[in-house]
Design a protein around this ligand. Structure first.
Ligand SMILES: [Zn+2]
Length: 250
């Protein structure tokens, strides 16, 4: 009898404890991470013949883990083996209404800057001259443009602190580029991408690095560099969420 009472008490305690954990988790700030493109073959192909979505998925997984450790509740628009269309990514953001939406990509360049070569029976491209660094995009059409800019600036500042530079090649006056630079020093562009303009929460798209450039691919595929970039993004997210909650816009 005593054992049974003890068991009921223990079960009750576990239940209350689980509920407490769940309840507190529900109050954590929600960050929605969006790994760009869909498997199996999508996005740019790196100098080493790796598809962009693969880089995006790996980086997203690392960032999700680091954000969870930093007491954020992380949601993903898609799991590594799943596909999702662009509008559905924005729709999910608008249903979940996270504090921040961050789309993660790895960059390429226009064909005029590339030369093709064959690797593992696929045609890959590499830059003829060095194009290295990150790029950040926001949309003026986003309902929370000011907060998107705040997040973008925090990301840029933290990446610069690592010694990373904005690549700036998307501002070049050639077909396929011509993106308006909103902040040249931090590498922030205006773009009408679906995942930026249709989301009703602060939204930023980050090109982590240029995978068609041998030097930049070597940098971003180095685990230590990835860890540093992940930590820089976690710091940027932390500061942005605090500032938004305090009602600050820069
Ligand atoms: Zn991409």
């Amino acid at each position: 009898m005593r054992k049974a009472v003890l068991l009921v008490f223990f079960l009750l305690l576990t239940c209350v404890w689980n509920h407490a954990v769940f309840a507190s988790d529900a109050k954590l700030p929600v960050i929605l991470l969006d790994s760009g493109h869909n498997p199996p073959k999508s996005g740019a192909i790196s100098v080493r013949g790796i598809y962009e979505f693969d880089y995006n998925d790996q980086f997203t997984a690392m960032l999700a883990e680091a954000l969870r450790k930093a007491s954020f509740h992380v949601e993903l628009t898609r799991l590594p083996d799943k596909s999702i269309q662009l509008n559905a990514r924005a729709d999910l953001a608008n249903r979940l209404m996270p504090e921040l939406f961050l789309s993660l990509h790895h960059d390429s360049a226009q064909l005029v800057h590339l030369e093709s070569f064959d690797i593992n029976e696929i045609t890959a491209y590499r830059t003829k001259k060095r194009i290295t660094g990150y790029s950040i995009f926001v949309s003026r059409e986003n309902a929370q443009f000011q907060h998107s800019m705040l997040f973008a600036r925090q990301l840029g500042e933290h990446l610069l602190q690592l010694g990373r530079k904005p690549s700036l090649h998307h501002a070049e006056n050639i077909e396929g580029e011509n993106y308006e630079l909103l902040d040249e020093a931090l590498g922030i562009y205006q773009a009408g991408f679906v995942v930026l303009k249709k989301t009703k929460v602060p939204a930023v798209l980050l090109e982590v690095g240029v995978i068609v450039d041998e030097d930049d691919e070597a940098y971003i595929s180095n685990p230590k560099n990835r860890e540093k970039m992940v930590q820089a993004i976690v710091d940027a997210v932390n500061i942005t969420v605090k500032k938004i909650r305090l009602g600050e816009s820069d």
